[in-house]
Design a protein around this ligand. Structure first.
Ligand SMILES: Cc1cc2nc3c(=O)[nH]c(=O)nc-3n(C[C@H](O)[C@H](O)[C@H](O)COP(=O)(O)OP(=O)(O)OC[C@H]3O[C@@H](n4cnc5c(N)ncnc54)[C@H](O)[C@@H]3O)c2cc1C
Length: 390
């Protein structure tokens, strides 16, 4: 195929990974980013095998591993006592199959790789209109740009999705997330508390893990909440409010959660299930396509799967239309399934009936191992090969 240049809107995980996937095949890309620099919020992120195997194929994983933490276990605990309910080994086949890292480092490694391949990001360039029939996009300062294939990597608040796809808006999920970074010395004194530790409680759960940044631990605490009144998606939160939200939880865990100087509270939003992620020459990737509650840590992993899949299809198929159609066929199904699976996890983690909690705690070993396997063992590379052969 005579490859047309690909225009990418957004320089988050999906935009930068898509840029790397395409440039590594010799396909020119242009990333438009509305912010005046490429940046991320300081917080942790976990990436599982379904994403790291693709980053490995894109020659990104070895660099990312240098700034990441390589956990060996996931330990599930009871919310008030910290008593262990279950533990699961990870990374036993390969040390960096499952990594935890700081988002700023992830974005920096992706950007470095993109730039080393000759890629450029146009900052302060907000895409405001797209004219698919004219192969053109317009920036908010009225600059017109040629755009023959457009990847909308513009996140959960994607205007492109609302405007050219399903007219939807983000919806509050009735969950909020407390997030913070703190020093490793604040970890509770439980066995293996420096691994990934997950606490199940009524109406909420908490996870903490080191990020790979010297001595730093990230935590996320999820609570069910009837409303989110703030206009912004993130607000600074007070220790008193956090303690109110997690009343009755383990005191050592709460010591960790109230130790950071800055605490942030996020409203968790999603968008309705989408029927199509392709419209003419525009496709949706990452959170623009399938934003999800972060309860199995898959939003960023999906962004990487989407981007890799598109890079492979676009570089291997003769026809652009066929590449876009096959992208939609593969990614719509997988994205919608992971979205549903993520929602189910909240019900499992947040049970309050003592009987159901007892049953869950007995089954958590088996259910978590099987559930995780189904999500993490997916290989987007093999999936593309299968579709190309069919
Ligand atoms: C509390 C929490 C914890 C999470 N934990 C995990 C985890 O452990 N593991 C995991 O895999 N995922 C996790 N996620 C999900 C993950 O953060 C997201 O899925 C991921 O960041 C989405 O990346 P993206 O590139 O699609 O979108 P974004 O990161 O939102 O990037 C969108 C980019 O597009 C730009 N943009 C928007 N509109 C325009 C425009 N019109 N023109 C130009 N630029 C534009 C924005 O400025 C931004 O840079 C978590 C999410 C939350 C809320």
């Amino acid at each position: 195929m005579n490859f047309k240049e690909v225009s990418i809107v957004g320089s988050g995980i999906s935009g930068l990974t898509a840029g790397c996937a395409l440039l590594s095949k010799g396909i020119k890309t242009n990333i438009y980013e509305r912010s005046d620099n490429v940046s991320e919020f300081g917080a942790g992120i976990t990436l599982s095998a379904n994403a790291t195997c693709l980053l490995d194929r894109l020659d990104i994983l070895s660099q990312l591993t240098k700034v990441s933490y390589l956990p060996k276990k996931i330990i599930v605990r009871q919310f008030s006592t910290g008593e262990e309910i279950a533990r699961m080994s990870i990374n036993s086949n390969k040390a960096n199959e499952f990594i935890t890292t700081d988002r700023r480092d992830l974005i920096k490694v992706l950007l470095d790789r993109y730039q080393s391949l000759g890629g450029e990001v146009q900052n302060s360039s907000e895409v405001s209109e797209i004219y698919p029939e004219d192969n053109q996009l317009i920036l908010s300062d009225n600059r017109k740009q040629k755009a023959e294939v457009i990847l909308a990597c513009d996140g959960i608040r994607s205007n492109i999705r609302g405007r050219y796809f399903d007219n939807s808006k983000p919806i509050f999920t009735n969950f909020l997330a407390w997030r913070g970074l703190t020093d490793i010395s604040n970890l509770p004194d439980f066995e293996d508390s420096h691994e990934i530790n997950l606490y199940y409680g009524p109406g909420g759960h908490v996870v903490h893990y080191p990020t790979g940044k010297e001595g730093t631990v990230n935590f996320v605490g999820i609570r069910e909440s009837k409303k989110w009144t703030k206009e912004s998606w993130r607000q600074e939160g007070s220790k008193a409010d956090l303690l109110k939200d997690f009343k009755g939880w383990n005191s050592d865990l709460l010591k960790l959660m109230t130790s950071p100087q800055n605490l942030y509270k996020w409203g968790i939003f999603e968008r309705p299930k989408i029927k199509s992620i392709k419209n003419k020459n525009i496709i949706l990737l990452g959170d623009a396509a399938h934003p999800m509650v972060p309860f199995i840590g898959q939003g960023g992993c999906m962004a990487i799967e989407d981007s890799y899949t598109f890079g492979e299809l676009y570089s291997k198929l003769e026809s652009q239309e066929e590449a876009l159609n096959k992208y939609q066929k593969i990614r719509l199904k997988r994205g919608n399934w992971i979205q549903r699976r993520s929602n189910m996890q909240a019900k499992f983690n947040h049970l309050s009936s003592p009987f159901l909690v007892k049953v869950r705690n007995l089954l958590v070993d088996k259910m978590s191992i099987n559930g995780v396997k189904a999500v993490h063992s997916y290989d987007a590379h093999k999936e593309v090969l299968k579709v190309l052969k069919s």
